[in-house]
Ligand binder design. Sequence first.
Ligand SMILES: *Cc1c(COP(=O)(O)O)cnc(C)c1O
Length: 420
Amino acid sequence: MTIIQEKNIADKVRSDFPILNQKIHDKPLIYLDNAATSQKPEAVLKALQQYYEYDNANVHRGAHTLSVRATEGYEAARNKVAKLINAASRQEIIYTRNATEAINIVAYSWGLTNLKAGDEIILTVMEHHSNLVPWRIIAERTGAIIKYVGLTETETFDLEQYKTLLSERTKLVAVVHISNTLGCINPVEEIVTLAHQVGAKVLIDACQSVPHFPINVQQIDCDWLVASGHKMCAPTGIGFLYGKKEILDAMPPFFGGGEMIADVYLDHFTSNELPHKFEAGTPAIGEAIALGAAVDYLMGLGMDNIHAYEEELTAYLFKKLADVPKLRIYGPKPTTEGKGRAALASFNVENIHASDLSTLLDHEGIAIRSGHHCTQPLHRLLEASGSARASLYFYNTREDIDRFIVALQDTIDFFGSMMD
Ligand SMILES: *Cc1c(COP(=O)(O)O)cnc(C)c1O
């Protein structure tokens, strides 16, 4: 694709997303809540419909045609996910309900077996609750100690402090790739290299990176990586856990039941091979197939192109936000080319509650999020009870940003006039 086409990504794809073509409170919908969940293109909706209309059957071991089709679709989607993140083997992709479930599998299976009193886990203060609470539970069960990497002055990952926390006691580093609140992009390759030097394993929460730019797990060299389908154009109820094969092989199963076994006796069982060992029970077959369609869609556009276009949007968003007074935006500033952070902005306006802002913007048809975005400890650190967040995806346009900025300014003026 040429650069000219990149600029037109949103124009090209807009009509693929039927949900965007509607009015909210009589105003055209502007959807800026993509960090919470993305919208789904027609190709994904069709894949789901096609599966239930023509191919629905349970997967694996079925000899009949529908079961073969369901199994083939389900397993083909796994190959697509493996390709998207450049996994060395399809066996390294475990389907889960979402990223949260993926992290819990690592916490309970690997954490409970490998951590003991005095071992150290390194997290960051910007983690999503999904990458905090499971480790708190495991730390309390095992006696392991959690240490936190804080923020630099520009509200990014403090690499220097991280280096001082690492030691032979460090057994695990679990870190978000892109913060869903700060929008900072953490130096995961360096984080992994340093952790491996002390013999620690690394889990990357890639919920906000996999949907937005090319990911290469072999280059990052992380031990596990997790993401949710619903933030990358796929349905809810499907996500994945990537893990290095030798590590997943050594981990005990977490959920027990059908699918995850080789043989079952009354007094013992043997586990199935990867990836099935971690996929107990009937999985979300249609959703997995639709995840495959989402990956096809994203790779069809090109992850490089999506990323480049989102950088342009980021530059534009921050340029426009700079003109709005009384705004406190969290996280690092992008370069003028929109590099160095994700296409989202969490902010507070002086004397206006974030939830009032989002309610009033909704009346203008504009969907933004307000609240703690599942990062309560981070918000406490920032001395904010919550924040408003506008988050973009490749189907958003400069016009979306213009309308958001006008509505935001109007809302601020409205509150200002009330206080006079
Ligand atoms: C959304 C998100 C999660 C949790 O995803 P679920 O789909 O709710 O499991 C975890 N981490 C980050 C950074 C997220 O943005």
